[in-house]
Ligand binder design. Structure first.
Ligand code: IPE
Ligand code: IPE
Ligand code: MG
Length: 255
């Protein structure tokens, strides 16, 4: 797509009705590389450009939260050399991007079992989060060693501890209190969830938080995902009628 088309797509977006939180399952790096006769790791490296474009375009539009699924709990089961390469790439990307994040006023955040990351990654990540903590244009959250079942179980465990030590009563447990124990505490739920690479599944991502998200499946492999692809997803989202259990008539009557 040429630059003119990208601009015209962007202009069609209603800035008053942007999702507050967009989440992306960045999938298809390996297949993208394979289709070019390259090793899978080349696909991961090329995917960094798409991360940059997605973050830049979301911030430019004024989307306050962007969450990217970068490494799942299950991804630890990949061949050791691929896991090592991904961890190295993560470290290098954080090192390279902190300056740009600060320039663009973007705060870096991470969710997942950060304790399971290599020490150097964890330390650098926490430092980058600290170095960008004052930025308030957009929060970019990386889901790292994340899975929803892990998150829900650790929330349940914390809740059990609170009940055990008497600081919470079982009868007071409600959705708000449970949400407060999830790693996404304080963030709005994603209103738009995008998955690339043509797969129509959720793969253990934000199962609680996407209860009412609009799902958008792109055929593109992640390294091919560009600004205009994000614009297209948002335009598609803006055509949906979000009923939250009500009838269509109820929604139109209110207007
Ligand atoms: C997404 O691309 C990146 C990670 C899961 C880390 P994949 O590596 O899953 O690429 P495919 O799906 O095998 O093509
Ligand atoms: C989901 O992609 C996890 C990330 C994008 C980080 P996978 O490639 O791991 O998902 P499955 O295994 O195909 O469902
Ligand atoms: Mg995949």
């Amino acid at each position: 797509m040429d630059a003119d088309n990208t601009i015209s797509l962007k202009e069609k977006i209603d800035l008053e009705r942007l999702p507050k939180h967009v989440a992306i399952i960045m999938d298809g790096n390996g297949r993208w590389a394979k289709s070019k006769g390259k090793p899978r790791v080349f696909g991961h490296q090329s995917g960094v450009t798409s991360v940059r474009e997605a973050a830049e375009s979301a911030a430019e539009l004024g989307i306050p939260y962007l969450t990217l699924y970068a490494f799942s709990t299950e991804n630890w089961n990949r061949p050791r050399f691929e896991v090592t390469a991904l961890m190295r790439l993560l470290l290098q990307t954080i090192n390279d991007e902190v300056v740009t994040l600060n320039k663009n006023n973007i705060r870096l955040n991470a969710i997942g079992d950060l304790e399971s990351l290599p020490k150097l990654n964890r330390e650098r990540l926490l430092r980058a989060m600290d170095e960008t903590s004052k930025n308030d244009r957009m929060t970019l959250t990386l889901a790292l060693s994340y899975s929803s079942r892990w998150e829900i179980v650790q929330a349940a465990r914390k809740l059990a501890e609170l009940v055990e030590n008497g600081s919470c009563k079982a009868k007071d447990v409600d959705q708000a209190c449970f949400e407060g124990l999830l790693t996404t505490k304080g963030m709005p739920d994603p209103e738009l969830l995008i998955r690339t690479s043509g797969e129509s599944r959720i793969s253990n991502f934000m199962l609680w938080q996407i209860a009412y998200a609009e799902l958008y499946f792109s055929q593109k492999f992640w390294p091919d995902f560009r600004k205009e692809d994000l614009y297209e997803a948002i335009l598609d989202y803006q055509c949906r009628e979000r009923r939250f259990g009500k009838t269509s008539e109820q929604l139109t009557k209110k207007k």
